[in-house]
Design a protein around this ligand. Sequence first.
Ligand code: DWN
Length: 406
Amino acid sequence: MECRICRNNDLKEFLSLGKTPLANSFLPKESLSLKEESFPLAVCFCQDCKLVQLTYVVPAEAMFKNYVYVSSTSGTFRAHFARMAEDISKDFNLDEKSLAVDVGSNDGILLKGFKRFNVRTIGVEPAANVAKIAEENGVETINGFFGKDAAKEIVARKGHADVVTAANVFAHVNDIDDFAENVKFLLKKDGILVIEVQYLVDTIEKMTFDNIYHEHLSYFTLTSLANFFKRHEMEIFDAQRVDSHGGSLRVFAKKNNGSHKAGKNVGMILKHEQEIGVEDLKLYREFAGNVYSVRENLKSCLEGIKNKGMSIAGYGAPAKSTTLLNFCGIGRNFLDYIVDENPLKIGLYTPGTRIPVVGPDALDKKKPDYVLILAWNFAEEILAKTKKYSGKGVKFIIPLPELRTI
Ligand code: DWN
């Protein structure tokens, strides 16, 4: 195992979550009798370039060729990406002559926002089933992984890009060197790359360790990202902490000869990272120790409820819940079912724990005493839509960032 950024092979493992199935490999009923594949899930730290990364890499084809995650299921996320497209279009004066390319474009959730500003768009999405949804949404999409061929095809069809976006994608890419070089080829001289990644500082500060799963190969800080882009003659000229997925970092990078001037945000965030010690293995070892107490607290909360003979259902079957449920040993011993509104997940069973995923009407058919909100990053939206159940005495448990029952 060598570092994805600097090839250092003396990486320090600081947390292992055990062998875990793929986070989005929900099971159809007919597969329940079959053995499930699971893979080591552990993270390590590179003391040279400060990147945190998985110790074991599952091939992308196994995870992204057929994908059950559809970004637009959540209203919060639809609003998040509409605002992201609006901010970028206005801040960088994009118009009908501009080209926006979204890598890992899923169902076209972000590109739809750019189209509202008459920006020309094209997406690149490896999952055929999801790329089809995007095309049905009127978003032109190349079905495949982003690489030299896709970049050449886009330039041939649309010309060079003003902006390339990659939201919750860059951390999923193994060969980020190839990614960066193809983005530079695709971008105009003054074009910009905007990536949004789950922010390791939020993961550590909020204990959101369930963001650790096989799709996420890298866990970035601005420090490690800056070390990476420097190696590609690119510069980060702006960065913003945003609240998606429990805390993400939105980073704006340009080619070294690009004209965009660096703002003060980059320095401020780097300073905060230095202050909390992102360059020291000690920080990650402390985080690892705290993960076990989060597990114990959640399990004793659920055990207390079950010991009183009461029932619990889950709400939201996010990829992150595969890590939380498997690592904490939460299966049908605790949860009778999990509600999810994504039709691609309803009728399937959760990876490893094999809890049935059902539609929201289950809450009426089999009203639970408690609901564990597994998509805790959308707790506000979920609590609003399940208000009528709290009126009927149902209590809601939010496991992260801090364990709360309301
Ligand atoms: O990086 C990734 C992030 C961006 O999205 C991917 N690796 C996979 C995915 O991660 P996730 O599945 O943890 O993301 P979400 O968006 O937190 O998943 C939320 C789940 O909850 C979805 O299955 C939809 C469901 N949901 C629902 O059924 N009703 C969510 C809301 C807000 C709702 O009201």
